[in-house]
Design a protein around this ligand. Sequence first.
Ligand SMILES: C[C@H](CCC(=O)NCC(=O)O)[C@H]1CC[C@H]2[C@@H]3[C@H](O)C[C@@H]4C[C@H](O)CC[C@]4(C)[C@H]3C[C@H](O)[C@]12C
Ligand code: NA
Length: 441
Amino acid sequence: MTANNVTCPQNATVCSGADCLVPPSDFNAILSVVLSAVLTVMLAMVMFAYGLHGPGGIFIGFLCQFGIMPFTAFALSMAFNVLPVQAIAIIIMGCCPGGSSSNIICYWLDGDMDLSISMTACSSILALGMMPLCLLIYTSAWTSSETIQIPYDSIGITLVALLVPVALGMYLKHKKPLLAKKILQIGSILGFCLIIIIAVVGGVLYQSSWTISPSLWIIGTIYPFVGFGLGFLMARFVGQPWFRCRTIALETGFQNAQLCSTIVQLSFAPEDLEVMFAFPLIYSIFQLVVALLFVGGESAALAQCQAVSSPFRYSIQILIICFPPPKKTAYQVYKKSTGRGSSDEDSEAQPSCEDDCHKNAGDKQDYSLDNGGFEPDVKGNTEEKSTYKLTQISSSASGLLFNSTTRPLGVSRPPAHLLLLRYGLEVNNPQPRPGRDGGHR
Ligand SMILES: C[C@H](CCC(=O)NCC(=O)O)[C@H]1CC[C@H]2[C@@H]3[C@H](O)C[C@@H]4C[C@H](O)CC[C@]4(C)[C@H]3C[C@H](O)[C@]12C
Ligand code: NA
């Protein structure tokens, strides 16, 4: 009794031994004010970067994230006639903002890093309002949405863990470019490994939860496919350039599964949890697998396009013919999509498609416009993705902080891809590079 009096604060409402439930204090209030101020500034920076891009990508991303994903969740739940709690878990996943591990994947898959980070950040911020709204709309068929507890503070933490490293990366890139490059190299590999390790460990530790109804398994597999596919088509439909379609597809399909898992565990009783507890785990694994299959397949095709016989190359050309961009010629887009690289070294070592690369020099203006990010490179040294470096750094750093996600698929591929580009192509293709180092032609 006396022990309780000693260990429990006076304002505690429930005490069990040394664990006490204490009402929120002033400290929490101050912290949340500070956090929201910091976030506002950060958001302004992200929006600024958006502005440099033109708002097209972000807007289409928003539509995909809070239009396609929740609706698909709803439609799949209806189609498979799952239990109400299972439907709610699926819809919660659909209403979650994008996951930040998509930024690491995007780096390895040669996406548009600025757009990727901006989309994750914006969807996380907008989730504060859009999540309750979408949940209200889509879950009302099964439950009153009051039963769903949204942990707004975890959304805030996610944002801080994304944006602080982005800001640090921008600063570091400016002050110590060499160090920044090192960190980028190490961080992007470590971040990727962590993502995979967590998925595998989670899956193995919680094997028992894998025995849930087959319809959840089916939904867990096709939902990411639908998300990536519709995101890609939507971006293509509005004429986004190729590598940005890939980015939007990634960002659409990738969900913050950690947040979904937290919400589910906060909102449901153990007997409900039993029938859908594993859904976030399943989705988090399949979103990784699908991302690497779907988006990685295309990216691998582009990396290998020097192998003229590659069937990928023809399927890409067919795709481009089927979805021609309204503003540019298909050839320009194809050229852009083949001429890009995931980092500065990559774009140097990009003479994979000779025809295209030989024309790159005259195309640079175009590239730098599309890729202009936080910090336009004014040296006239318009390597394609120069402005990416800082965001790449920060995304890998944020991946490290979070160490969140889970995806077993590309373990071998990203390093292989890097090696292929850096060494393989350079060794196999010893012609002078028509790129930025001189323009020999
Ligand atoms: C780390 C990933 C989420 C990846 C992700 O989307 N990150 C956010 C992001 O990308 O921004 C989550 C998704 C499902 C989670 C698991 C499930 O909720 C099931 C189970 C719940 C237990 O409380 C902790 C272990 C774990 C295996 C969880 C481990 C881990 O918590 C998982 C595997
Ligand atoms: Na998403």
